[in-house]
Design a protein around this ligand. Structure first.
Ligand code: 3PG
Length: 212
């Protein structure tokens, strides 16, 4: 059985989850995040601009590890690889999707919401998973509970994570990183207020370092 490709190395324990509506936003956004210490970004396939945005960041901001998010169909795997995504993430996981990413050699973070889903992803060779939607599932208490029977798995809680609660997640031994949209507010992106995005990124980076 082919094993999943290893994830690229990045240092940030906070992963911005981004919806880009104009590909021209992508490079200044990535540079603003990097300036705040965030060297990873999840650009979600939720807009027609997503693939062009991934391509622009992969080409122009090589220090940024650009991931494709909201990858929910096997047919999207070739598209995000062609765009230059270094890895991909999903809110869930299907056998077809797990097979496709592994066959293509695309590093991948599958999404799970139950222990059974986490066990299925582990069977396919994955040990780092997105826990989605983390806050709505019960937040920190859910991840604590999963740590008992599934101590070998690591999670990236996403959904309802914010500056206010990220520290509680990151303090758990089974939480590798957190994801969220709070670092790139739509209004700031529309206004091109990259300084605000750098401030938010720096604030999150410092909060994560305070836990480590
Ligand atoms: C998502 O995929 O929508 C992420 O979970 C972002 O959730 P958030 O907006 O609650 O951070």
């Amino acid at each position: 059985m082919k094993t999943p490709a290893p994830l690229p190395t990045f240092h940030s324990r906070v992963v911005p989850v981004v919806v880009v509506t104009d590909p021209a936003q992508a490079v200044p956004m990535a540079e603003a995040l990097l300036a705040g210490g965030v060297d990873v970004i999840e650009i979600t396939l939720r807009s027609s601009a997503a693939l062009a945005a991934i391509e622009a960041v992969a080409r122009a901001v090589p220090a940024m590890q650009v991931g494709a998010g909201t990858v929910t169909r096997a047919s999207e795997v070739a598209q995000v690889i062609a765009a230059g995504a270094r890895f991909a993430l999903s809110p869930g996981a299907t056998p077809a999707l797990l097979d496709a990413v592994t066959a293509a050699g695309l590093p991948f973070i599958p999404g799970v919401a139950t222990p059974g889903e986490a066990m299925s992803a582990r069977d396919a060779g994955f040990t780092l998973m997105k826990c989605f939607p983390a806050a709505q599932l019960g937040g920190v208490e859910v991840l604590k509970a999963w740590g008992g029977p599934l101590p070998d798995l690591r999670f990236c809680p996403t959904g309802g994570v914010s500056l206010a609660n990220m520290g509680q997640f990151l303090a758990l031994p089974n939480v590798a990183m957190v994801g969220g949209s709070w670092l790139t507010p739509a209004a700031a992106v529309q206004a091109g207020d990259w300084a605000q995005i750098t401030r938010l990124a720096r604030e999150a980076t410092l909060a994560a370092q305070a836990i480590a």
